[in-house]
Design a protein around this ligand. Structure first.
Ligand code: PMP
Length: 354
């Protein structure tokens, strides 16, 4: 008998590489290329370091109030966490305890199976169709323990219309359905609109992409008061002070500047649409993306080769060595200048005309 027999073994999620060099064009973790709202800088400048002596507000009041006002929901319908990873992990722990398998797509955010394994939750991965779309009918008539759908999906970028989400909800009233909307602000439509009609729906969003604050680790969820209450019970059985003082203040400040938020999302969408056209001209194909990335494969050159070539040139994109997607690159949409550099390097390598 050894102490290692008592260890909970886990196979961790592998995040995208964080480069050590400063001159890298970083298009591998779907961060926002623009700075956070200007108010965030002012808040940081005015922070009183002496308050760091004290624990932060366990209820995250400042941030929850700002989210409540912005989304028009009661504060009791909002849960916040340390990035949406923390929110999602807490939801898996809280809601998926029937012993029946939970369902999510075979190609989706690759943290879902990691949490399921960590918490010993059985799961079934439902194949996307050949065009990398989720088929709602695959989630109907199943005796499952819960459902998790990223919408838009990652890493495919594809958006499932709310009418299809509604079909999944109608058929699964006896389990919690999580809709992970990390990328919804880049052209999707939020399932928030369905919250009144489904008491088993939980919608998760993040500050990491559209609000340009991946470094602050802020995520949040919406649900009815009872569902959020259960999440809070588990949260407070685990950690009383999830978000630190800085994150609470800058999070609230960012939410309050809606015009800046809309401006940067608009710029990213505009760049994305241009990049899609240019990538197509270079021989790439992809499912239509409603996110801040494109998931593309080239008609001739293997993705792994392109990934390594780009890395050599100081451009980091994401490559997954996984079945069905190992010939695809996930390319985050950066600034116009960053994307021009990427396109120039690809054009040169692929031997395409100017
Ligand atoms: N959901 C999806 C679909 C994601 O791609 C990500 C980003 N890796 C997350 C959730 C987690 O993001 P964060 O913890 O930064 O909010």
């Amino acid at each position: 008998m050894s102490w290692e027999d008592g260890v909970r073994r886990a196979e961790p999620y592998v995040p995208g590489e964080q480069p050590k060099r400063a001159d890298v064009i970083k298009l591998n973790t779907n961060e926002c290329p623009y700075p956070p709202a200007p108010e965030v800088k002012a808040v940081i400048g005015n922070m009183d370091y002496e308050t760091f002596r004290l624990y932060p507000d366990p209820d995250c009041g400042e941030l929850v109030e700002a989210l409540s006002a912005y989304y028009g929901l009661s504060e009791k319908q909002i849960f916040v966490g340390i990035g949406s990873d923390d929110v999602l992990a807490m939801a898996f722990l809280t809601f998926f305890n029937t012993g029946r398998p939970i369902l999510f797509p075979d190609i989706t955010y690759s943290f879902y199976d990691v949490w399921a394994d960590l918490f010993r939750i059985p799961y079934e991965q439902i194949p996307l169709d050949d065009a990398f779309q989720i088929r709602a009918q695959d989630y109907i008539g199943r005796d499952c323990g819960g459902i998790v759908i990223a919408n838009p999906n990652a890493p495919t970028g594809a958006f499932l219309p709310l009418s299809e989400i509604r079909k999944i909800l109608d058929a699964n009233g006896d389990v919690v359905v999580i809709v992970d909307e990390a990328y919804v602000d880049f052209g999707g439509e939020s399932a928030l609109a369905l919250l009144d009609q489904y008491d088993n729906l939980m919608v998760v969003q993040t500050f990491s992409k559209s609000r340009a604050m991946a470094g602050m680790r802020i995520g949040y969820a919406f649900g009815n008061e009872k569902l959020i209450g259960y999440l809070l019970d588990c949260r407070f059985s685990f950690n009383s002070y999830p978000l630190n003082r800085t994150a609470l203040s800058v999070g609230a400040a960012a939410i309050n500047n809606d015009s800046y938020f809309k401006e940067i999302c608009g710029k990213i969408v505009c760049t994305r649409e241009r990049v899609k056209k240019e990538l197509r001209n270079l021989g790439f194909s992809f499912a239509d993306s409603k996110t801040n990335f494109v998931f593309a494969r080239h008609e001739r050159v293997p993705a792994k080769e392109l990934f390594e070539m780009l890395r050599e040139k100081g451009i980091y994109v994401r490559y997954f060595r996984k079945p069905r997607i190992d010939n695809y690159l996930r390319i985050t949409i950066g600034t116009d200048d960053q994307m021009d550099r990427l396109l120039a390097v690809l054009r040169e390598y692929l031997g395409a005309p100017e």
